[in-house]
Design a protein around this ligand. Structure first.
Ligand code: ADP
Ligand code: MG
Length: 336
């Protein structure tokens, strides 16, 4: 069997079972946005790793080195945000071709360093090796959280409302524009920046981490369709998603109608939005939404609800159940 027959998540399930057994009681291993190692009732260590491979995650000709430095760190900090934690230290591994310009690397570290400074994160170490041709970047981020406030993927409850903190699909639209080189009159830089410069939602994650009514949380890296299934599996429940409630940016609505794109396809399957996806007690939702808006001057968006049928994911458009005809991006081509 090839990896492409199995898919990324079946692959992880296949090898992780053996390594999730017999872990100490204070340790959560494979399966959430971060591993969690609880030290005391007041402190837990959060750890996450993410890799970016040239021609898989980025095109060297399309992204500036400074933006790539930013993005390499941002996607890791986003996983700390997803647990409600605070990032503290990072490690960086680089595999680089020997003909790479040193100035390219200087710019990479300017982008990386700017975001690290913004979030008061220290680069403590890493590794640098030669690659056969392509650039490969891996960042490990360490953070902290109060154990009782950590949000796991496994905590969704029946009838919870499913919410997101940001527009969906802008990053995927940016990728489409880069790949298709589509001639757009406006908003090109808006979409490309949304793809290249994601902002880890650390303050938002910490705010939601402090709320007992928020049950499950993760960040949106693979697209809502794939990511919500991680919550459903971990929490052993199902979900209804209401497409007409998906938050689309005004730019995405306009561009989609100009170019004949289906904006709901992009919002559902498009990855790398890096907003937060969470579930909340329905009786507390209105109060939470008001307090969130007062703090961040931006809304949270309700896009669905949790049901009791394990792993059942149903889509609705204006109360009609629909079957999605499109499919998203999957590493190795498997169905995730
Ligand atoms: P995220 O998108 O939040 O970074 P992923 O979906 O990539 O998370 O990974 C799902 C889970 O599987 C995470 O807990 C991650 O640490 C774990 N995982 C992924 N690849 C590996 C690997 N090669 N070895 C061990 N754990 C892995
Ligand atoms: Mg994640």
């Amino acid at each position: 069997m090839k990896l492409s027959d199995l898919g990324e998540f079946n692959l992880i399930d296949r090898f992780s079972v053996a390594f999730k057994k017999d872990l100490p009681a204070n340790t959560l291993g494979i399966g959430d946005d971060c591993a969690v190692i609880i030290s005391t009732s007041e402190t837990a260590l959060l750890v996450t790793v993410d890799a970016l491979a040239e021609d898989v995650h980025f095109l060297r000709s399309a992204i500036s080195p400074a933006d790539l430095g930013h993005k390499s760190l941002a996607v890791n900090l986003s996983d700390i945000a997803a647990m409600g934690g605070t990032p503290e230290n990072v490690f960086l591994s680089l595999c680089l071709p020997s003909d790479l310009d040193v100035e390219w690397l200087d710019q990479f570290f300017i982008g990386f360093g700017r975001l690290a400074k913004l979030h008061k994160v220290n680069l403590l170490g890493g590794d640098t090796t030669r690659s056969a041709g392509k650039i490969f970047i891996s960042v490990t981020a360490l953070g902290s959280a109060v154990p009782a406030k950590i949000k796991y993927r496994s905590q969704a409850k029946l009838n919870d409302l499913i919410c997101v903190t940001d527009f969906l699909g802008d990053s995927a639209a940016g990728l489409r524009i880069l790949l298709n080189k589509q001639a757009l009159a406006k908003d090109v830089s808006y979409f490309v920046n949304r793809h290249h410069l994601p902002e880890p939602q650390l303050n938002e994650g910490q705010f939601l981490g402090n709320e007992a009514c928020v049950h499950a949380m993760m960040d949106i890296s693979d697209g809502v369709h794939s990511d919500i299934q991680r919550i459903l599996q971990a929490s052993k429940c199902g979900a209804k998603l209401f497409l007409e409630q998906f938050p689309l940016s005004p730019q995405l609505k306009t561009t989609a109608s100009q170019l004949g794109w289906d904006p709901y396809e992009i919002a559902t399957f498009g990855g790398e939005d890096y907003g937060l996806l969470f579930t909340v007690d329905p009786s507390q939702y209105s109060d939470l939404a008001v307090r969130y808006f007062n703090k961040f001057n931006r809304p949270i968006y309700q896009i669905g609800e949790i049901t009791n049928q394990p792993d059942q994911l149903d889509y609705f458009m204006n109360e009609n159940k629909i079957t999605l005809e499109f499919e998203g991006f999957a590493h190795f081509g498997g169905k995730d």
